[in-house]
Structures are given as C-alpha cells and as structure tokens.
Design a protein around this ligand. Structure first.
Ligand code: NAD
Length: 295
C-alpha cells in the first residue's frame, strides 16, 4: 500500500481518491475548493490545506485537473516539493504538448511520470470501472498499474510520453463524429417516417453499429439507460465533448493531420455550447440538428 497525494478532488478526482482509500492506500487530498476537500474527507481522504502539505512524504502524486495549464502549473510547483523517485501520474484530459511538458518537469526531478487520462465518466470514477490510457515508460507503467487498478478495470499502456493523451483525444474525436452521425440518421429516419425502434433494430446489428447508437442512443426508447431517457442529463456533458474535440483539432493543426469531420464536429458542438446547452449530455445535439432542419 502506498502514501498517495491526490490533487484535484472534483467530480472525477473525489470518487477516484475515495476508491484509493477503499483499496487500502493512505491518501492525502488537496483542492483549491475547500468544499471539495471537505467532501472527500468524508470518504476517508485526509484533508490537506496546501499542495505542499498534501505531497509531503507522498510516494505517488496524482493530479486530476481541468486543463493543461493547471497541470503544468501544479507539476512546476512539485519540482520543489517532492522527493526524487516519487511516482507522478496525471489523469486529467489535456493537450499532448502540456502532457509532454509535465513529463519533462518530472524528469528534472528524477521522478517517474505517467499521463493516464480516463474514459468512463463520473459513473466509472464512482464504481472504479474507469479505463486508463497510459503514456510513459514500461518501468513507470509497471509501477503505476497497481494504483490505477484501484480506480479502474482496464489499464492500457499506449506508448511513450503523451501517448495516453493522444489515444484519449483520438477516441473522443471518433465519439463526437459518430454521435453526430447517429443523430443525423435518426433525424433523417423521422423525415422518412421510419420509427426510432426500427432504425435501432437494423443499425444496431448492421454496419452502422457503434457505441453512440447502442449505449448512448440519442432518442428515448431503444436503449432505456441512455441520457435521452433522462431529459438528456449527463452522462457526458456537451462542454466536455467540445473540450476534447478542440484538443483533437489543436493536435491536428500542430501535426498537420487531416481531420475535416473532426473539425466540423468541433464547430457543431461549439454552436451547441454557445446556445446554452453545455451542461446537457452530448447526445442532446440531436435537438439542435432537428431545429436546423425546421429553420
Ligand atoms: P472538476 O471541475 O469537477 O474538478 C477539477 C478540480 O480541480 C476542481 O475541484 C478544482 O477546484 C480543482 N483545481 C483546479 N486547479 C487546481 C489547483 N491548482 N490545485 C488544486 N486543485 C485545483 O472536473 P472533473 O469533471 O473532475 O474533470 C477533471 C478532468 O477529468 C478534466 O481534465 C476532464 O476533462 C477529465 N474528464 C472528466 C470526465 C467527466 O465525466 N467529468 C470524464 C473523463 C475525463
């Protein structure tokens, strides 16, 4: 069992830290929000009043923060706070460049580091069923795996520094594009007088089959657990989909990759976000597409 410092106890980090406690690790938690620290402390996370207090004596430091700038700022502070050899793991979803910068900071400290973003959302965080996509050395992966296993059920080593973030944004670009494709198909079916159930029954067992259809079906009925049956409450918020699509487009620009559908999906989610729907599930974009058809 390890002494773990957990930095960023929000919607994801709070339950992840709590699962580390359940697995027997000694966890000290810090967040800029006192309310988040208090809430995590109810699950056995020892509250820390500062980053320095959280990481003193820690054998492993985990960050779960909103964006690349937050991760780089915290890891820069860590350079003067942690001992050589500490294992540093960032689980936030951030741009590949910032992830690589964080790895460089860790190397300066002689620390082992991993980028380990997740999929599975808040339900996966609560149930310890997250998938971790991990970038870093074989040795670092071996060290981090037992810790990650306390918070997830699938741990995939994707390659060297930044490979976890690369896998995450590529996957979510597929997800954003496929959700819009599924929404367009239901919109067209409605115009053609084809029932939602009939389209689902055919496409879910044919070549149109995908996760956006079979797990997050954007119309109520065919998949009773999808957010469409719950007034499009997330689920996976449209704001997070927009963030991930924008990360994919930043990466495409930097590397010169051609992603025309990714770019269009990012534009559509930006429009949806601007219209005030950022807190809805990302499948609710079907409603904006229907309105565009009427207009
Ligand atoms: P959140 O906003 O609920 O939590 C982030 C926390 O970080 C906040 O409590 C904030 O106070 C804290 N924070 C910010 N700067 C800090 C600092 N310098 N020091 C200490 N604490 C600081 O966000 P979340 O939903 O938990 O998401 C965290 C990360 O996980 C994001 O990168 C997000 O894209 C990713 N993610 C989220 C989901 C999801 O469904 N929510 C799914 C997959 C990945």
């Amino acid at each position: 069992m390890m002494k773990v410092a957990f930095v960023g106890l929000g919607n994801m980090g709070g339950p992840m830290a709590s699962n580390l406690v359940k697995a027997g690790h000694e966890v000290r938690g810090f967040d800029l929000s006192e309310a988040s620290v208090r809430s995590a402390s109810q699950d056995g996370v020892q509250p820390a009043g500062s980053l320095a207090e959280a990481v003193s004596d820690a054998e492993c430091v985990i960050t779960m923060l909103p964006k690349g700038q937050h991760v780089v700022a915290v890891w820069t502070d860590l350079t003067t706070l942690v001992a050589e050899g500490t294992l540093l793991i960032d689980c936030s979803t951030i741009d590949v460049e910032s992830a690589r910068q964080a790895h460089k900071l860790a190397a300066v400290m002689n620390c082992t580091s991993l980028d380990a973003p997740v999929s599975g959302g808040t339900t996966g965080a609560a149930g310890a069923t997250l998938t971790f996509m991990v970038g870093g050395s074989e040795k670092g992966f071996g060290q981090g795996r037992p810790i990650l296993e306390a918070m997830g059920k699938r741990i995939v080593h994707c390659g060297g520094n930044g490979a976890g973030q690369a896998a995450k944004i590529c996957n979510n670009m597929i997800l954003g594009i496929s959700m819009i494709g599924v929404c367009e198909a239901f919109g067209l079916a409605e115009k053609l007088g084809l029932s939602h159930q009939a389209l689902f029954d055919v496409a879910s067992t044919s070549s149109g089959q995908c996760w956006s259809l079979t797990t997050y079906c954007p119309v109520p009925g065919p998949v009773p657990t999808s957010p469409a049956n719950n007034d499009y409450r997330p689920g996976f918020a449209a704001a997070l989909m927009l963030k991930d699509l924008q990360l994919s487009q930043d990466a495409a620009r930097q590397t010169g990759a051609a992603t025309p559908l990714g770019a269009h999906a990012a534009e559509l989610y930006a429009e949806f976000d601007k219209a005030g729907h950022s807190a809805e599930d990302f499948s609710a974009i079907i409603q904006m597409l229907r309105q565009q058809a009427q207009g």
